[in-house]
Design a protein around this ligand. Sequence first.
Ligand code: NAP
Length: 228
Amino acid sequence: MANTQRSALIVGASRGLGLGLVETFAERGWRVTATQRSASPALGRLASEAVRVETVDIDDDAAVAALHDRLSGERYDLVFVVAGVATQAHDPLHAVPRAVAAQVYLTNAVSPIRFAETFADRVAPGGTIAFMSSILGSVGLNESGGWESYRASKAALNTYARSFEIRHRAAGFGVLLVHPGWVRTDMGGAEADIDVATSVTGMADLIEGQLGRTGIAYRDYRGETLAW
Ligand SMILES: NC(=O)c1ccc[n+]([C@@H]2O[C@H](COP(=O)([O-])OP(=O)(O)OC[C@H]3O[C@@H](n4cnc5c(N)ncnc54)[C@H](OP(=O)(O)O)[C@@H]3O)[C@@H](O)[C@H]2O)c1
């Protein structure tokens, strides 16, 4: 019998939304490879025959290449780069040290695309490469200001993802930029609108509905299309 079990590579799964996505996809019968930057007890507790735990820092090109080698032979229906940072997100740009703003840009925009470039050859036909964006990455929907360096990094991620999709259009996978909602995680804070379970359930539904589609979409966790 052919193996029809779906497989996902979820990058940045030590806590928060990445951890929730691993749990949800595993519950739905997917085989999951989940990455942490350093040992995560919460992710370690999910390790099983269905959940393989790996370690990588997406800002480290050599570590990404080594992970690519360790996972040779694997094919994924989903590669989802979830990892992101919001360092000094509440400060206006002029109050953020240049090195901090540059690092936010590297981790949120440059590293996810470089990771996807490295792993594009591991995406199964009809699969999806997803990036964790944010509604704050929408230039058109910015009517409240704030979160300046973070917003710009996610807007850059969206722009890079569009060019990435064009570059790989013949490859047969789809590209998805996802806004998870405003979620109660370390990054989202205790006052956020929704819990992790609500967000990851919506995102998993969105992704399962996206499989087999090509092109690029920018959607929230409820499946609503967002303006660029
Ligand atoms: N929460 C929200 O309301 C919200 C809204 C919109 C978008 N997002 C986006 O959703 C994603 C996940 O956010 P979250 O709320 O779950 O945040 P979180 O709880 O702060 O988790 C961030 C995750 O990213 C990982 N990470 C950061 N830098 C990394 C790197 N260089 N290499 C590998 N992993 C790295 C962290 O690993 P460590 O544990 O090692 O630090 C952690 O697993 C982010 O991209 C964020 O921008 C969140």
